[in-house]
Design a protein around this ligand. Structure first.
Ligand code: ZN
Ligand code: ZN
Length: 239
């Protein structure tokens, strides 16, 4: 599509441009994810995934053997699911939601996540949906916490209670920019359970936009478990 056409479509239709957010092609009409058919197909969740950490696998997982990622990272949550891979159109959507002020993308992304949670977990066994918190300074700059938008909509779609139980007590450098040892110290004591939070004996579903090494989610899970949560599962858009 030419630059002029692209500009025209943005001016004429600023909320739902007809341009695919990922590749710049023609977006599928009336699809809230603002992607073309090819990019929509590319975000389909992996056919086979590790039942524990949710990592995509080429073959059906062998339940007797820990997946390499679970083995390496000593994950402390019960299990994790994701919509799909961060590399590709899904990553573009997450970045648009996070840095591009496209908060409206949280609705269709949460709908995709709700479908994955319904298919791969037992939503009836989840007691509470909790977002990974953002430091107030970052939320102030962005105007919203994308994980809270996603978690709230996910909870509504699955008819589950939502509570923002955690807070970020220390501002941390973005995990993606750090080495593995730096990541660990970066997160130490970065989160705390709110005084009002009641997670005792509850199965908590922790929601974030992205999982990289899982460090942030594991640190949040540790705080929830310390507060008495019986189980912590994880749902992310991309990994
Ligand atoms: Zn596209
Ligand atoms: Zn795994």
């Amino acid at each position: 599509m030419s630059a002029v056409l692209r500009l025209l479509s943005r001016i004429l239709n600023p909320v739902y441009p007809t341009v695919c957010l990922s590749c710049g092609g023609l977006a599928t009409a009336h699809h809230p994810l603002l992607l073309c058919r090819d990019c929509l197909d590319a975000i389909a969740s992996p056919e086979h995934a590790c039942p524990r950490c949710g990592a995509g696998m080429r073959r059906p997982p062998d339940l007797a053997v820990a997946c390499p990622r679970c083995y390496e990272s000593h994950i402390n949550f019960h299990r994790a699911v994701s919509v799909g891979d961060y590399d590709g159109p899904l990553g573009t959507l997450v970045r648009a939601l996070k840095f591009g002020r496209r908060a409206h993308l949280s609705a269709p992304l949460a709908a995709e996540l709700a479908a994955v949670v319904a298919a791969r977990m037992e939503p009836a066994e989840i007691d509470l949906v909790v977002p990974v918190p953002l430091h107030w300074m970052r939320r102030f700059g962005r105007g919203y916490n994308q994980s809270a938008l996603l978690a709230r909509k996910l909870a509504r779609a699955l008819d589950l209670p939502y509570a923002s139980c955690l807070r970020r007590i220390r501002r941390t450098t973005q995990q993606m920019r750090l080495s593995a040892p730096q990541r660990r110290t970066n997160l130490l004591n970065a989160f705390a359970l709110k005084k009002s939070a009641d997670v005792k004996a509850r199965h908590v579903l922790l929601v974030d936009d992205v999982m990289t090494t899982g460090g942030t989610l594991m640190e949040c899970a540790r705080m929830l478990r310390r507060g008495g949560a019986s189980r912590v599962s994880v749902a992310v858009i991309a990994r």
